[in-house]
Design a binder for this molecule. Structure first.
Ligand SMILES: Nc1ncnc2c1ncn2[C@@H]1O[C@H](COP(=O)(O)OP(=O)(O)OP(=O)(O)O)[C@@H](O)[C@H]1O
Ligand SMILES: [Mg+2]
Length: 240
């Protein structure tokens, strides 16, 4: 890692739901322009991590910085305006709005007039969305809704995109398409922090990763290190 300040610094964070202690002294860093994967089994605290970054869950201890700006304690609205765009678990889109209107909603934090240009950029990443721009989002297939959720996040021109299980429920081919697009989005300048159960796919595109187990980081390293670790191979790559 270079000495430069990371884009996201999640430091020594503890979170609770009531008296349930979920994240226990958890730290992650995500460098500018990196793709970083967060792995972990069900209930480990991955979605809680994403909610904590977004200010939907407040840490009881620790700090979170986006560049120079401390973001813990701020509202979700402020955090999104500062440049964090979520692609939430379960690809939530506005079902009663068209594809195009969903994309426009993604640009609500912006005041500039280049929105059409960005809609065109999303359409070039996902031609299917262009074909279906007037279709109600709720009637799109699961994979199409995932593309829309990612496209909508992009419309904010985020510095950091956080994705929670983008491959969930997608066929292997669609998963590959979505991952290719994440790489393309990253090349165009957006930093990526992604939760994935599909460890192999995630570590293939990430430079580094973290493994969370019952609320603690038990392993971290480069994607290569994680792919060759016995623990990851047994727990996530189905090897015995
Ligand atoms: N609102 C809540 N109130 C109480 N407990 C919660 C709440 N949300 C999550 N939890 C608990 O916190 C723990 C971590 O949940 P989280 O959703 O972060 O897991 P995850 O790693 O995303 O799991 P999955 O892979 O199943 O999505 C779980 O034990 C869960 O039951
Ligand atoms: Mg989750």
């Amino acid at each position: 890692m270079d000495e430069k300040q990371p884009l996201l610094e999640f430091r020594d964070v503890d979170t609770f739901y009531g008296s349930l202690h979920i994240l226990k002294d958890v730290s992650y860093t995500v460098g500018e322009h990196e793709i970083v994967a967060l792995l972990g089994s069900n209930g480990a605290g991955k979605t809680t991590t994403m909610k904590t970054i977004l200010g939907l869950v407040q840490p009881r201890d620790g700090s979170i910085h986006l560049g120079d700006t401390r973001i813990d304690g701020r509202s979700t609205r402020e955090i999104v305006t500062l440049g964090v765009a979520p692609v939430p678990e379960g690809r939530r889109v506005f079902p009663k709005l068209t594809v195009l209107d969903n994309l426009k909603m993604g640009a609500w934090t912006r005041k500039d007039r280049e929105i059409q240009q960005d809609i065109d950029r999303v359409y070039s990443l996902f031609p299917r969305l262009a074909e279906r721009k007037n279709q109600l989002a709720g009637t799109m297939s699961g994979g199409e809704q995932q593309m829309l959720a990612i496209g909508r996040a992009l419309m904010a021109r985020p510095r950091l995109m956080i994705l929670d299980e983008p491959s969930m429920g997608l066929s292997p081919i669609l998963t590959e398409r979505v991952f290719d697009t994440i790489v393309e989005i990253n090349k165009q300048g957006t930093t990526i922090f992604m939760v994935e159960q599909n460890a192999y796919m995630a570590l293939n595109i990430a430079s580094r990763g973290y493994v969370l187990q019952t609320g603690r980081v038990i392993l971290s390293g480069t994607a290569q290190e994680l792919l060759s670790s016995d623990m990851v191979r047994k727990a996530y790559l189905g090897e015995t």
